[in-house]
Ligand binder design. Structure first.
Ligand code: SF4
Length: 231
């Protein structure tokens, strides 16, 4: 990555972390950080917008919905410290994208290669449901960030909201409406000027504990997305 891109990405991350645009989400992230879950009462919660994490030279981006209340909002790293993170990181490790199978805290040694992980909304929303206005407010950050990844070829959307956010982002990049219907494992191609998209169910307990998404199924889609990004 050229230095100017790296500097711009660092500046954008600083801007995102300082953002207080969505009043409801600012109140919610700080309330969770002040009240804490009993098991984490000794933690100093992050309670701010959660930055992306991973390999800035990557050609593959994983896009989730938003940080978890006691996961990313506690630890300050996307997909870190909650059940979804545990499932996804084990799958990334099996797919050869992560050096270890766990993601517990910012200094746990996790290193991602060939993949960069973002969220469509950077602050934890009540009930894991950001409003359409909050999603729209946060989307420009994602568009700007993806434009600063020089090798981006494939975006893998985790869940329906991330899928719609990816379509909106690609529409912004293309200057015209990009459409698609969510099908787990499907590959979407929009022409040579845009990244490809791959859809996957979100690795949330709601999906992984009910058989909607198995570990083998997630690993399979991750390997598919990785191979597409490296082709
Ligand atoms: S969700 Fe995004 S736009 Fe809204 S306060 Fe958080 S970082 Fe800012």
């Amino acid at each position: 990555m050229v230095d100017s891109h790296r500097k711009q990405l660092t500046a954008l991350t600083d801007e995102i972390v300082a953002c207080r645009m969505c009043t409801r989400l600012v109140d919610w992230r700080e309330k969770i950080g002040a009240e804490k879950r009993a098991a984490y009462r000794d933690w100093d919660y992050w309670a701010k917008p959660v930055p992306s994490f991973g390999d800035t030279e990557a050609s593959l981006v994983l896009l989730g919905l938003a940080p978890a209340a006691h996961g990313g909002n506690r630890t300050g790293r996307v997909f870190t410290g909650d059940a979804s993170a545990t499932f996804l990181t084990a799958a990334m490790h099996r797919a050869g994208l992560a050096n270890q199978s766990t993601s517990e805290h910012r200094d746990d040694g996790l290193n991602l290669t060939g993949v960069y992980v973002c969220a469509a909304v950077r602050c934890v929303p009540p009930g894991d449901r950001p409003s359409p206005e909050e999603q729209s407010a946060c989307l420009p950050y994602l568009v700007r960030e993806l434009n600063l990844l020089p090798n981006l070829k494939v975006i893998m959307a985790l869940g329906h909201i991330a899928f719609r956010a990816t379509l909106q982002t690609l529409s912004e990049m293309a200057g015209e409406r990009v459409r698609g219907k969510f099908i787990h494992g499907e590959v979407y191609r929009f022409g040579p000027s845009l990244p490809m998209m791959v859809a996957s169910y979100h690795p949330s307990p709601r999906n992984t504990n009910t058989g909607v998404l198995s570990m083998d199924a997630l690993v399979k889609v991750l390997i598919q997305a990785k191979e597409l990004s490296q082709s």
